[in-house]
Design a binder for this molecule. Structure first.
Ligand code: SF4
Length: 262
């Protein structure tokens, strides 16, 4: 296995060089609050040795098929052999062994999505639909830009699909709150219903609209975490490695094979 030492002078110098070299640093909404160690690996040029994880694959594939259905009208059908031939993310391909392993979970998500389309009271009339996978961005201080990709957006509702069973997570509320902020900044509306649709339960889909107070409170954390993230990049550019934040996200991290998690 390739030996990569994040703490070596060469790795840290590479991190500094790369960070000094770019005009823009893009921060995705869902990365805010996540482990900055992953960014240290990325900017220092570490090899991504860990293969795609089961949890990452099932979510990415289900999102990909649903997005293709909404945008291009493609069928809600999963073929494990076909999926290995197409990029399901930014240049990401699903390995054969995972394509078969995730089949039950992906098929549950697709079945639930169909049921949800039939049952939801949200107005999904094409006339009111702004789009699927709607990508928005907002300039922050200096060269930082905050980005977000909204799964489904109507003139009145922000919808985010989750591949697990229903759960109440602050991270989801932060995501929805920030998406609304981005929509307002882009003058797509002044206020939106913000709804989560959980697709991972074999008993059926679950639609959940968190309370406004929960989202407002979560957004206080989001603002602080966003500031912390920008500060961490500022320090990385001076050669200071960030704090690591090991947790569930490690199973999805491409650097988990070389990370000591400290
Ligand atoms: S493996 Fe975990 S602790 Fe290490 S960089 Fe990735 S997310 Fe961070």
């Amino acid at each position: 296995m390739t030996k990569f030492d994040l703490y070596s002078e060469s790795a840290i110098n590479e991190m500094i060089r790369r960070l000094k070299d770019v005009d823009e640093i893009r921060i995705h909404t869902t990365s805010v609050g996540g482990c900055m160690g992953r960014e240290a690996f990325r900017w220092s040029g570490a090899p991504k040795l860990a293969p795609m994880h089961f949890w990452s694959a099932k979510g990415t594939v289900a999102h990909h098929i649903i997005e293709k259905n909404i945008i291009d009208g493609e069928p809600l059908r999963y073929d494990p052999d076909e999926i290995t031939k197409v990029a399901v993310g930014r240049g990401t391909y699903v390995p054969q062994r995972l394509a078969h392993a995730i089949r039950p979970q992906v098929e549950t998500a697709l079945k639930n999505f169909k049921i949800w389309l039939e049952q939801t009271e949200i107005d999904l009339d094409p006339e009111n639909l702004i789009g699927a996978e709607v990508r928005l961005e907002s300039p922050l201080r200096g060269r930082y830009t905050l980005t977000g990709a909204i799964d489904l957006l109507t003139e009145k509702v922000i919808i985010d699909f989750k591949n697990g069973k229903k759960s109440y997570q602050k991270a989801y509320y932060k995501q929805l709150g920030n998406y609304e902020r981005l929509c307002i900044e882009h003058e797509l509306g002044t206020e939106f219903q913000k709804t989560l649709v959980f697709l991972g339960d074999p008993d059926g889909p679950q639609e959940y609209t968190p309370k406004a107070a929960s989202i407002k409170s979560a957004m206080q954390f989001f603002k602080k975490e966003l500031d912390d993230r920008m500060r961490a990049y500022d320090l990385m550019e001076q050669g200071v490695l960030p704090c690591f934040n090991p947790g569930f996200g490690c199973s999805l991290c491409p650097y988990r094979g070389i990370c000591a998690g400290v």
